[in-house]
Write a protein that binds this ligand. Structure first.
Ligand code: ADP
Ligand code: MG
Length: 256
């Protein structure tokens, strides 16, 4: 479904076919007093199995954009096309099911369930996401495999409070992998880690593209943004810079 022959026609594109196409996306919030535009006419493409950064300072619209990519929030106008299918076409329940299979989400503050062990946190994701097509009898093995992928195979019985920040984020990545989604979406995944830990966790996340995952991450760290194969730079809801993202720059003059 993701691979299409038509998408390989342009030699100038990075490897991988277009997986997520964002077209003229605008998100505005209207109150009686005023209309605030949070994202303004944003157009870009994320290619399959790439490492993609959404870069920009605080308040530039990064989290709002991620919420549109996952269907958590809806555009005011424009659209998100995911593997050829427009997200808006789904109903709320269908969208939640779709999200469970298609996207693994990683948060800045890990968001593990504190009363569950690392393994149980991954098992819970399998429970909620339908098990990634696996029978229930295979879930425990699947959870262990996910913990091993992130280097946490020996820590399955630990509670989040018994793990360091970096280890907790690794478990959160294992949880995001549970249902074997094609896309991982991470909002400032290393923003709450010290710089050494941030880099090792980031390296692990980036390495998942070698396992066929498309990894989309939000950052305000220029160094981490520069690690991506493709990137958009957001400022005040506009794309002001890009690399390998087929983006339309709406306020190009503002790039430093
Ligand atoms: P970032 O993740 O880049 O820090 P956000 O996407 O969280 O930025 O927010 C972008 C801008 O939109 C901010 O100025 C924020 O205050 C505003 N914003 C986000 N959500 C809402 C909302 N529901 N109502 C009003 N303003 C919002
Ligand atoms: Mg944010």
């Amino acid at each position: 479904m993701v691979q299409t022959t038509a998408s390989r026609q342009s030699a100038t594109l990075p490897q991988g076919s277009p997986l997520i196409r964002v077209e003229h996306l605008t998100r505005a919030i209207a109150t009686r007093a005023q209309r605030t535009v949070i994202l303004d006419d944003v157009t870009f493409t994320i290619h399959s199995q790439s490492l993609f950064a959404i870069n920009g300072p605080s308040g530039s619209g990064k989290s709002t954009l991620l919420n549109m990519l996952t269907g958590i929030d809806r555009p005011t106008s424009g659209k998100v096309v995911f593997a050829g299918q427009e997200l808006r076409a789904h109903g709320e329940n269908a969208l939640a099911r779709w999200r469970g299979r298609r996207v693994g989400i990683i948060f800045q503050f890990f968001q593990l369930v504190p009363t569950l062990t690392a393994r149980e946190n991954v098992l819970l994701a399998l429970e909620l996401g339908g098990g990634g097509g696996l029978p229930r009898s295979a879930w425990r093995k699947r959870a262990q495999d996910c913990l091993e992928i992130v280097g946490m195979g020996a820590f399955g019985a630990r509670l989040p409070s018994e793990l360091s920040g970096g280890q907790q984020q690794r478990v959160a990545v294992a949880r995001a992998l549970a249902n074997d989604p094609p896309v991982l979406i991470a909002d400032e995944p290393t923003g709450n880690l010290d710089s050494h830990t941030a880099h090792t966790v980031f390296d692990m996340l980036a390495g998942l593209t070698q396992r066929g995952k498309t990894v989309v991450y939000v950052t305000h760290d220029r160094e981490l943004a520069a690690r991506a194969e493709a990137r958009i730079d957001l400022l005040d809801g506009h794309i002001v810079g890009q690399q390998n993202a087929d983006a339309i720059l709406t306020h190009a003059a503002e790039v430093e």
